[in-house]
Design a protein around this ligand. Structure first.
Ligand SMILES: Nc1ncnc2c1ncn2[C@@H]1O[C@H](COP(=O)(O)OP(=O)(O)OP(=O)(O)O)[C@@H](O)[C@H]1O
Ligand SMILES: [Mg+2]
Length: 409
């Protein structure tokens, strides 16, 4: 018998690591999606209104790294699917045209829609194929040419002009028409939306604008970093009328406790109140950290109920895992010049990770602001920092400043 078990001879349950319910990891579905009821019900309203042909702004989720945008977006997608909507999802990447991924996402959405009339379906699939192929490099050798995997003849003269905005309006209108036939809708989900190229962003906004005016049942639901609203409005001034921005944030105390307690309960494991206090202190309500500390604490706890001492014992291991998996993996992607820039930000912003003025970063490094622009811009492109407001810069990764102050060389 271990020392910890001897300390609590009355506990009936030893902790089984195989039954550990917690799930730290990008896009990992949490065992309990805590604290997002408001967003889920807002989306239900959107789905109902759009399907009924009523005007409604779509949703765009914004927030820092690890707050749960991706898992919430996936949950919204499930909600759409359970209402019989056709859905597809894209993860945008910098420097990548949206044409192919969007084609694949819409192909999926159309299949999910299960329109009863094959002929109407094939007509739209033909347009989709034309849209997809318009993007492929006509100079490429035949065997290298990308095949969209759509098993119908290409339709000519629709959605294949090469102008993304015109093509999208035509394609999305046709797709929405199929959805309207069956009294449902289509939802296209775009994760990491801040990385969509600017031409594609304005095409998407323009197409959504046009479809809204037609009352067509198709929405684009986005998720991205906190500066995504600025990216959208820089592209089209009317973007605020298209999207309702929901800031996805840390979990409050009640939700953070629930994220830990509910999955444990299903395994007949409980927490002492002091353990929950210690876990909230450590994780600060950030969903990724809640899962990370929950997971390590479970593995190192001797028995149920989990105690504050268990949390204290687990904390260094949890921090070490985060230092590698959450912070280190990102830090490693930065060049020496970018690291220097981030270290200056960390020193100026302090452990709280406050936004700092880019001018101050330059002063502290004794450099001209313009000479630091390349480092700053590429950090933005890598999704490590964002411009909170003009002339300000902040980390996209919660607690990153603290990590840099403690760990980075
Ligand atoms: N509401 C929630 N309750 C409990 N855990 C959650 C919740 N939302 C997310 N998580 C957990 O937090 C972690 C991060 O979630 P997710 O990958 O969705 O974040 P993200 O905001 O998309 O991050 P990134 O910006 O890095 O893509 C995952 O381990 C997930 O299980
Ligand atoms: Mg994500």
């Amino acid at each position: 018998m271990s020392i910890a078990n001897a300390r609590r001879p009355n506990s009936l349950l030893a902790m089984d690591p195989v039954r550990n319910p917690y799930a730290p990891g990008a896009g990992q579905r949490p065992p309990e999606l805590a604290g997002r009821d408001a967003e889920l019900s807002a989306f239900d309203v959107v789905l109902e209104r759009i399907a009924a042909g009523r005007p409604e702004r779509s949703l765009v989720l914004t927030g820092l790294r690890g707050v749960g945008k991706t898992v919430l977006l996936n949950q919204l997608r499930s909600a759409a699917i359970s209402r019989g909507w056709g859905t597809g999802k894209i993860e945008a990447r910098p420097d990548q045209s949206l044409r192919r991924p969007l084609s694949a996402a819409l192909h999926m959405a159309l299949r999910e829609l299960r329109h009863p009339d094959q002929e109407s379906m094939d007509a739209v699939l033909g347009v989709l194929k034309a849209f997809a192929l318009r993007g492929s490099d006509s100079g490429a050798k035949v065997r290298e040419r990308w095949q969209p995997g759509i098993d119908v003849p290409v339709a000519m003269g629709r959605a294949d002009s090469g102008d993304m905005e015109i093509d999208l309006v035509e394609l999305l209108s046709d797709a929405a028409g199929l959805a309207a036939d069956v009294g449902r809708g289509i939802a296209v989900f775009i994760d990491e939306m801040q990385d969509v190229q600017s031409d594609d962003v304005s095409a998407i906004c323009a197409a959504c604008h046009e479809l809204t005016q037609q009352g067509a049942p198709l929405i684009v639901v986005g998720a991205g970093l906190p500066h995504l609203p600025a990216v959208l409005s820089a592209s089209k001034s009317y973007s605020e009328r298209l999207f309702r921005y929901l800031r996805i944030d840390r979990l409050d105390r009640t939700a953070a406790d629930r994220a830990l307690i509910a999955p444990a309960e299903r395994e007949d494991v409980t927490f002492e109140q002091a353990a929950l206090d210690a876990l909230y202190d450590a994780a600060d309500g950030y969903p990724y950290f809640v899962q990370a500390y929950g997971k390590v604490t479970w593995d190192l706890a001797a028995a149920s109920p989990i105690t504050a001492a268990d949390v204290t014992m687990a904390a260094p291991a949890a921090e070490a895992e985060l230092a590698v998996g959450f912070f280190g993996s990102r830090y490693d992607r930065a060049t020496p010049a970018e690291r220097e820039y981030m270290r200056a930000m960390a020193e100026l912003g302090g452990p709280a990770g406050n936004a700092v003025a880019t001018a101050e970063v330059a002063t502290s490094l004794s450099r001209k602001p313009a000479s630091l622009s390349p480092a700053r811009d590429s950090l933005i492109k890598k999704g490590l920092v964002y411009s909170a407001e003009r002339g300000q810069i902040a980390f996209t990764v919660p607690h990153f400043g603290r990590y840099l102050l403690r760990h980075a060389d």
